[in-house]
Ligand binder design. Structure first.
Ligand SMILES: Nc1nc2c(c(=O)[nH]1)N[C@H]1C(S)=C(S)[C@@H](COP(=O)(O)OP(=O)(O)OC[C@H]3O[C@@H](n4cnc5c(=O)[nH]c(N)nc54)[C@H](O)[C@@H]3O)O[C@H]1N2
Ligand SMILES: Nc1nc2c(c(=O)[nH]1)N[C@H]1C(S)=C(S)[C@@H](COP(=O)(O)OP(=O)(O)OC[C@H]3O[C@@H](n4cnc5c(=O)[nH]c(N)nc54)[C@H](O)[C@@H]3O)O[C@H]1N2
Ligand SMILES: [Mo]
Length: 792
């Protein structure tokens, strides 16, 4: 077990689960305790959450600073925005609007532990590569810029000026700017985002891969095509006004915990809530409202679900189509089942859609969804009875081959009853990172629109490239072909978050230079190019002092609210720079003759915002409006029933149903997060709401599927994924865990299981890696081996 004082990795365990090519699964803090699984019988949030937070704060030594900072989080009077998730702030702004995982995430950033030069002097990169991902991040905050020294195989300190010059020179020497790629993880504030994309485009490339490419790319593409907007159209007021909420493919209690408050309030006022998920997650049961300490004291919980539907993995589209079919059938004698006036006035393509619904048989719908007709009718009835419905979704819907078609089916269903452009109704994707939506709004897009580029050209006086750049998957493929020489990661942990771990690592190692702007040490620093830099930056909780005084950055939440975030803590080290300052430093070095006033921008972020106001739609009067108590909401034409689509109307989509039924002997496996992790950051090996303790290397399986394979609880198994191109990837020694999941389906944790996601297995609709639908076989581990077997 790794304790905080002992930075050494756990001794190698020969029976430990293994993956190919020495790519080890990342394990949490207590890997050698015996695993346990038992059903979780308590409401979500409440005391379990409070206990877990206390344990975390004590472990992180944040006992003094933690609570005070947390009181400042998400406050209208100028605290910092919770870096945890993209759920919007409580509109009343008065209560403590926070949750267990937000607190952990803030604590993670505010830790007192430090990774200093002495640490890097003491450990070679080869040695650090053997450490678990937990152990790496657990060393604390990075303190100064470091450069890789191949002679000693160590990182050594480098002055900021020299670091910028190294990046600048390497970029200047490229014979083509498209040999560089600039990754963004969704934490980056809007001002830094704007400068970052400006730098890439001034250099001459649209190679702007981002975490959205793995997350909500499908949602953006689908809604753009259907409604002429890449975003959801509702806000929290709509959530408060809805009569029915449909929650698809999101584990809200863990990944958007503040949604629990909205669900409990909705249930209490009589709204119906339907959860669609192969697993019945904690948010589909009961909750104690995360910040309601009175309810906590009384142990008073609220139901958060009317109906739980468990489709097979990938079965959502068939289920939604079944609901639409039911409505259309019923509309013959029930005018409420179909809003004909809305459909006529505001939509296009209805006749084709109706025809495809009629042509799809109930037998096919039941088979593809894995849900009985009776249950589909029950969901359709709730939808029909509600005057105002919201459909909300996350990765369970998007990370599939047919993610775009499924999101379009969500829109189809909403259009049938005119659930758009009015209070309490509409599509509401739950975004991931706290500013991933803002990143797109502010220009991180490898397929930028014409209008945006024209405005950039005019206002910023640069000549931006117009062709499509590379997204995440294309970047990894290009690296492996030797076409990318410089990789810059603005936050995130690309080496672990991206699919096909071994292939991604091979790609990163081909680069001439890898640069990571980070707050903590992670795997991406160890899987490096011939030259490598770690550039440590301020976190969101920290004071950002520039020439013009203390600065704030803006962020946009899942519901298009833009507001300011201001850090309040002393920086973890005096040598940290802000992200805008780092971008400006690199830009100046890479573009010495640039007319962009990089340094001037960084002195006062208001200046960046003034330029953004001229370039970005909906940002007029940015500096004033962003200082309003709750910020401002970006105007959305679709919300006003103005559709920027070719037909000028909302478009139905009549796509055929995909075949998602697993071939005999195979399972559809979805990769997902545990409760105690934040993407690639693992807090512990527990997954409280699913009742799991001390185990991450597991496969959740239907008990009948286990029986069929002669497996019982905790039997070691080999998991082999077969890619479209026929290649296979395996994990060995994972433990089978019986779970309430439909037959033919299985689940396990990201990022460890990225080893199984072939690079070529990305959606032909969105290019998103198909992380929720791996085609796998699970078999008893060969001979219950004692030694790790060679991987296939
Ligand atoms: N605490 C915490 N918060 C986070 C994160 C974190 O790691 N930790 N990550 C952030 C990020 S970047 C993102 S994108 C979001 C992710 O938030 P989620 O989308 O909730 O993330 P996942 O854990 O991948 O879980 C997806 C859910 O989809 C379900 N699912 C799997 N396959 C299917 C399917 O075919 N159909 C349906 N209907 N459901 C399916 C799974 O059972 C699971 O409940 O959360 C954000 N918030
Ligand atoms: N198999 C599988 N793979 C997945 C997914 C899945 O569901 N299944 N989900 C995908 C999704 S939705 C996403 S969004 C990606 C996540 O991919 P990323 O965004 O790349 O990964 P994170 O784990 O969120 O990044 C964590 C790192 O960010 C850095 N960091 C934290 N705060 C800051 C900050 O304020 N500034 C800077 N510069 N750095 C900071 C720290 O160094 C930390 O180590 O993973 C994807 N990968
Ligand atoms: Mo995400």
């Amino acid at each position: 077990m790794h304790s905080s004082e002992d930075p050494r990795p756990a001794p190698a365990d020969p029976a430990a689960p293994t993956a190919p090519d020495g790519v080890g699964p990342s394990v949490g803090d207590a890997p050698r305790q015996p695993p346990a699984v038992e059903p979780y019988r308590h409401p979500a949030a409440g005391w379990g959450a409070a206990k877990s937070v206390t344990k975390f704060l004590v472990r992180e030594g944040e006992y003094l600073d933690g609570p005070r900072a947390i009181m400042r989080m998400n406050h209208e009077d100028g605290g910092f925005d919770c870096p945890g998730c993209a759920w919007p702030d409580d509109l009343k702004g008065l209560k403590l609007d926070l949750c267990e995982n937000g607190i952990k995430h803030v604590g993670w950033e505010m830790t007192r532990k430090r990774v200093d030069r002495a640490f890097f002097a003491a450990h070679t990169v080869t040695e650090l590569s053997e450490w678990s991902d937990f152990a790496l991040e657990d060393q604390g905050r990075l303190t100064q810029p470091m450069v890789y020294d191949p002679e000693t195989d160590r990182y050594r300190p480098i002055a900021w000026r020299d670091a910028f010059e190294l990046v600048g020179r390497t970029l200047r020497e490229l014979d083509d700017p498209n040999r560089a790629a600039f990754y963004t993880s969704g934490r980056l504030g809007n001002e830094a985002t704007f400068l970052y994309q400006l730098m890439a485009r001034e250099l001459g490339t649209n190679n702007l891969p981002d975490c959205s490419n793995m997350c909500h790319e499908a949602s953006g593409r689908a809604m753009q095509a259907a409604l002429g907007t890449g975003k959801g159209t509702v806000d929290l007021k709509d959530w408060e006004a809805a009569d029915a909420l449909f929650i698809l493919g999101v584990n809200a209690a863990s990944n958007a915990p503040r949604m629990l408050t909205a669900l409990a309030a909705a249930y209490e006022r009589g709204a119906r809530i339907v959860h669609v998920n192969p697993l019945v997650e904690a948010a589909a049961r009961r909750t104690i409202i995360p910040h309601d300490f009175v309810d906590m004291a009384l142990n008073k919980s609220t139901r958060t679900s009317t109906l739980n539907v468990q489709p097979r993995i990938g079965g959502d589209m068939a289920l939604l189509r079944g609901m639409a079919k039911a409505l259309l059938e019923q509309s013959a004698h029930d005018p409420k089942a179909l809003d004909r006036r809305f459909v006529e006035r505001h939509t296009s393509g209805f006749a084709e859609y109706r025809a495809v619904c009629e042509a799809t048989s109930w037998a096919e719908i039941e088979r593809q969804s894995g849900v009985s007709r009776a249950q589909i009718l029950a969901a359709a009835r709730i939808y029909r009875d509600a005057d105002r419905s919201i459909v909300s979704w996350c990765l369970g819907v998007t990370q599939h081959e047919h993610g775009v078609d499924t999101v379009r089916e969500i829109v189809n269903l909403l259009l049938l009853r005119g659930n758009l452009g009015r209070e309490g109704a509409g599509p509401s994707p739950v975004r991931g990172h706290s500013n991933v939506q803002g990143n797109r709004t502010c220009g991180i897009d490898h397929r930028p629109g014409r209008e945006f580029l024209d405005r950039l050209r005019e206002v910023c006086r640069i000549d931006p490239p117009t062709g499509h750049g590379k997204d995440t998957v294309a970047t990894i493929e290009a690296m492996n072909r030797g076409e990318i020489e410089v990789f810059v990661g603005m936050g995130g942990n690309f080496a672990l978050a991206a699919p096909d771990t071994a292939y991604t690592h091979a790609g990163l190692r081909t680069c001439a230079l890898t640069v990571h702007v980070s707050t903590k040490l992670n795997r991406s620093h160890l899987v490096h190019g011939r030259q490598a830099l770690i550039l440590p930056c301020l976190g969101r909780t920290e004071k950002d002092r520039q020439r013009g005084g203390e600065q704030s950055s803006s962020v946009e939440d899942s519901m298009s609210m833009v507001h300011l975030s201001r850090g309040m803590k002393r920086p973890a080290s005096p040598l940290l720079l802000s992200e805008p300052a780092i971008v400006a430093g690199i830009a100046r070095a890479a573009l010495p003759d640039s007319a962009t006033p990089w340094e001037w921008y960084v002195e006062d972020y208001d200046r960046i915002r003034d330029t953004m106001a001229e370039v970005l739609d909906g940002f007029e009067d940015f500096n004033r409006r962003v200082r309003l108590p709750l910020g401002f909401r970006i105007k959305q034409p679709a919300r006003e029933l103005v559709f920027l689509t070719p037909s000028g109307k909302a478009e139905f989509s009549a796509a055929p149903l995909p075949d998602v039924v697993p071939a005999p002997g195979t399972l559809a496996l979805g990769t997902m997060r545990s409760h105690d992790q934040w993407n690639t950051t693992i807090y512990s090996d527990d997954d409280r709401y699913r009742g799991v303790k001390n185990l991450r290397t597991l496969v959740f399986m239907n008990p009948d599927d286990m029986r069929e394979r002669g497996l019982t609880e905790f039997d070691p198994v080999d998991v082999t994924a077969t890619a479209r191109d026929g290649s296979t990837r395996s994990l060995h020694g994972y433990l089978a865990v019986p779970y309430d999941i439909p037959r033919g389906c299985a689940a396990g944790y990201m990022p460890e299981m990225n080893v199984l996601c072939a690079i070529g297995d990305h959606s032909t609709q969105s290019d998103q890696p198909i992380m929720k639908h791996l085609k796998v076989t699970v078999t008893a581990a060969a001979a219950r081996r004692k030694e790790p077997a060679a991987a296939g």
